[in-house]
Design a protein around this ligand. Sequence first.
Ligand code: GLN
Length: 474
Amino acid sequence: MSSTNLTSLHHYLYNGTQSCTDRVTRFLQNIESKKHLNAFLSVFNTEALDRARLIDKKIEQGTAGKLAGLVVGIKDVLAYENHPLQASSKILNGFTSKFTATAVQRLLTEDAIIIGRQNCDEFAMGSSNENSAFGAVLNDIDNTRVSGGSSGGSAVAVMADMCDVSLGSDTGGSVRQPAAFCGIYGLKPTYSRISRHGLIAYGSSFDCIGIFSKSLETMARVLEVIAGADEFDSTVSRQAVPHFEEALHPSSKKFSVAYLKDALESTAVQPEIKEALQVKIDRLKAAGHTVEAVDFALSEYILPTYYILATAEASSNLSRYDGVRFGHRSPNTTDLQSMYKKTRAEGFGSEVQRRILLGTFVLSASYYDAYYTQAQKVRRLIREQTKRILTQYDFILSPTTPTTAFKIGEHTNNPVEMYLADLFSVHANVAGVPAISVPCGKDNQGLPIGLQITANDFDEAGLFQFSKVIQTLA
Ligand code: GLN
């Protein structure tokens, strides 16, 4: 079963040739037969089937919502009332959400079906899903390779037909990078486009909810439903939410596109990925679009800026997990101090501990100005430089990742090597602009390649439109 787009899905559901109940049953069978991939931490079997029956009735009665029958999986950082939530961390063992995230609630209101909770890197920190307390997620194309991260379970679930769509989170590439490794679409909208209410915080000034899908049209419709103002998140934008699907109508518009010169020259980028980018550039030019190379002078500062600021924010956000109010509490403690220490040492995995230590260091009185303040200034410069390019060009085109899916264990002993997997993806989060990863062929070993399109603030419609252009160039 491959994920169809929503229009054809509704065609079959409304003419009675398919039912939500049958589809959920088949997805549940796939989840069961592909258990070894480790994509789901909880599967809501009975509940999803009950909801499917209810929505089948609504369809019959003509009262179903815009996303009727769409089967969605959610990353284990999104709250869903009375369901387990633990950011793939031991520290939240036994925790159950007390409320539902706005994005998830909006899906439910439009009659989507939530099928389960998906594995990810602990607290969304990672690029391979190997940092989960529940083990790595395997790539369905080659089980010895990573899914990408941090939303690895969400990407693999869509890739392997365990659901139509997944919601993930993207703080530095965690939707686009696994989407590229799994050969599907992955969207990170503009910062503040979607409410973060009910999203477990990692780096609050970077965190975005993102969408995985095999269909651009479905993705556009999901974004339209979940985006927009929310009384529970004062940082969410009040900008009008357009009918994104309209952007997918055929158009003969010619675009001006910048691509990063570095991406084609850097030795860090796998040759087949450079080739895939070059082919698209040539075809875009042949089709009458303007495509020009640009230098991004600050490119070497993007990763350090991200890893200073994201860890600083994480060290503050994660201070709430102390064993006092919820989650794991170490049983062998004698006083309050030792309770905090033991709980956090037992509850957090080594990557999360490393990030908390790094973040605490860059925020400490003696180093605050040298690291945190400086990184804030550089972030401003990166945003300004990015915006300058995006006033001159409609889009920036780059690889999503420097390599295709690497082997499990290949980078686990070298955190810096792992951070380099985020070379291209963190840029959009540092600048706050939207970006999408579009599947673009395979390398010599049959592993998917993703290309990334970055657009100006709030131009997700442009991303959809140009993704379609890229797709039809093939
Ligand atoms: N790989 C990046 C990190 O570990 C991005 C994670 C994310 O986007 N959540 O910080």
